[in-house]
Design a protein around this ligand. Structure first.
Ligand SMILES: [Zn+2]
Ligand SMILES: [Zn+2]
Length: 587
């Protein structure tokens, strides 16, 4: 608010260009070099400091702000440089400076529809020639990249419309002018490629050079493997249809698939606080969602022969050999700036870890994220849908600790939940909620749930991750964050409750020994607390060790078992988490 008022006062003498922006009118981004000196002159006027101190005190009067003048000093010290950055950055797409500053969280976002994307239902010719208000369906950008995906259908008033491409429209006195439907425009190279690592699951945006769109083997800056898929992902403005309206015959609305929101690798996680054994980093982040047409790298867009900025998408599964040299394959991207909290254990108990390159490790992070989301929602008395959750993989120089769980606000620019949870008190209360309320219930439903279900961790928001979620692992991860120094295992009771893994692995009738017997394994009895099995394969003898999903290979129990196995045996270590989901991993 303060930034907005400073800019309004500084620029109040300037003539307006008449366009009304919902965020207040501070001119076009490209005019910033001309408006900057005006703002600078205002800030250096002799009476400005007193005026702004009074303003700050007035704005802070009914807030819990501890030291409003320090906030003012911070703003004044960095304001011009921060606006420079936003005005010149290729990351922001809005023509108006005020909208850019709102996207960058420098100005308040009032929930005005800057992220609303239209699907124009009228034929193209009618759109450009007619001055009347066009017929549209609208969606938030996050949803638009899937429900308005080219080739998809949208139903309005019992008529079915098929999405054909992207454009932007600006009203003029005689109809509408067309502008580029993608940012950056199709004719330009995309300076911010999106890289998705298939090994460590880091997301890179921008993906550093050298990398080219469509490449599948770019080197990952986080893990060093040549496993990064590179996408040319661009933000769409609005969408148009093929102009036909078909009768609705009962088909449901087509939804192209888009990714869950992710966080790109960014600088050092600079921890902001510590709660028990949890290192917390609260910061403002850009959440990325993309639609790459089901792994095909995006949609092939071709510029319209006469209408500037109108890009038609080839929706055939295998597009004819590049129809035009000006065509490009582009994934649809949505970016949303919001408050985010990164969470990881400060220290791991001996011989435990959760590398993001393994199924067990990713299961630990997603499980932790959705457990904290459920507990935080209960603690804050809000709907779980107010929070998003997921896995963040950090930069390489954080050593082995690249994995984090994250929570973030669903609303753009945040409702403040993630920031609040990043303080020691609220975070400890969230962990306490898991122990006091979720854990007893989960223990009770153990006979009915060997991994996760709708009664513990599964809901609509985390459908993509249902196979990875596990309430047993949730208990181990939250006990580690709470400061329990003991290495989690498969047999030690959890206080008054039995060890949750024991029922899966102990006794001949437990699910894991039962399925291993069916696969031809016999118990080997090499360790009192770690189940071991042997089988004879066509190539020789094999010993299978059932491990805890968080154990590292140097765990003493595993070392002790290895010492007893003859050299001629093939040894396989598979976690209880993987065996219960995919017994064939034992083969
Ligand atoms: Zn990687
Ligand atoms: Zn369950």
């Amino acid at each position: 608010m303060l930034v907005k008022e400073i800019l309004r006062r500084a620029l109040s003498g300037l003539p307006s260009d008449g366009t009304e922006s919902v965020h207040g009118e501070f001119g076009l981004s490209e005019d910033w070099p001309r408006t900057r000196p005006v703002v600078q002159a205002y800030l250096t006027r002799t009476d400005t400091p007193a005026e702004l101190r009074a303003l700050t005190a007035a704005l802070a009067a009914h807030t819990r702000l501890q030291n409003p003048q320090a906030v003012l000093d911070d703003i004044l010290g960095t304001l011009l440089e921060r606006i420079d950055e936003v005005a010149l950055s290729p990351r922001y797409t809005h023509a108006h400076l005020s909208e850019r500053l709102a996207s960058a969280a420098l100005l308040p976002m009032f929930g005005f529809p800057t992220r609303v994307r239209n699907l124009y239902l009228d034929p193209l010719g009618q759109l450009t020639r007619s001055a009347r208000e066009p017929d549209t369906v609208d969606r938030d950008l996050d949803l638009a990249i899937s429900s308005f995906a080219p080739g998809g259908t949208v139903v309005k008033d019992k008529l079915v419309h098929t999405v054909h491409g992207v454009l932007d429209l600006r009203p003029t006195s005689r109809g509408h002018q067309t502008l580029p439907g993608l940012h950056p425009p199709l004719a330009e190279l995309n300076p911010l490629l999106l890289g998705l690592c298939g090994a460590c699951h880091a997301v890179h945006h921008p993906m550093p050079e050298p990398a080219s769109p469509g490449q599948h083997d770019a080197t990952c800056p986080t893990c060093g493997q040549a496993t990064v898929r590179v996408l040319d992902a661009r933000e769409p403005r609005h969408f148009y249809t093929d102009g036909d309206r078909d009768d609705y015959d009962g088909h449901i609305e087509y939804m192209g698939r888009s990714s869950r929101p992710t966080l790109a690798v960014r600088g050092d996680p600079d921890p902001t606080s510590q709660a028990r054994n949890a290192t917390l980093t609260a910061r403002t982040e850009e959440l990325l969602t993309h639609n790459d047409a089901g792994g095909r790298g995006g949609y092939t867009f071709t510029p319209h022969p006469t209408l500037h900025g109108v890009y038609a998408a080839d929706t055939a599964i295998t597009p004819a050999a590049q129809t035009s040299s000006r065509a490009r394959r582009v994934a649809l991207l949505s970016r949303r700036v919001t408050d985010t909290l990164l969470i990881r254990p400060t220290t791991w108990p001996a011989h435990t870890h959760a590398p993001t390159s393994t199924v067990d490790g990713r299961a630990a992070w997603y499980t932790l994220a959705y457990t904290l989301r459920a507990a935080a929602a209960a603690h804050l008395d809000i709907e779980p849908t107010e929070l998003d959750a997921g896995l963040y993989v950090g930069p390489a120089h954080t050593g082995n600790d690249t994995g984090h769980a994250f929570l973030c606000d669903r609303l753009e620019n945040g409702a403040g939940y993630a920031t609040h949870l990043g303080q020691p008190g609220p975070f400890q209360a969230t962990l306490a909620h898991v122990q006091a309320h979720l854990a007893p219930y989960w223990h009770r439903h153990a006979p009915d749930c060997d991994s996760s279900c709708a009664r513990c961790l599964r809901d609509h928001a985390n459908t993509t991750y249902h196979p990875l979620l596990d309430w047993r692992l949730a208990l181990d991860m939250t006990r580690i964050l709470s400061g329990d120094p003991h290495t989690p295992d498969l047999h030690t009771p959890h206080g008054d409750h039995p060890n949750p893994w024991a029922a899966l692995v102990t006794g001949a009738h437990a699910p894991i020994p039962a399925v291993l017997t069916q696969l031809g394994y016999a118990p080997a009895g090499l360790h009192p607390h770690v189940p071991t099995f042997t089988t004879r394969t066509r190539t020789g003898d094999r010993t299978l060790i059932v491990t805890h999903p968080l154990w590292t290979p140097d765990h003493p129990h595993l070392q002790a078992i290895h010492a007893q196995i003859p050299n001629s045996h093939e040894v396989r270590e598979v976690s209880a988490l993987r065996l219960i989901r995919r017994p064939s991993d034992a083969l």
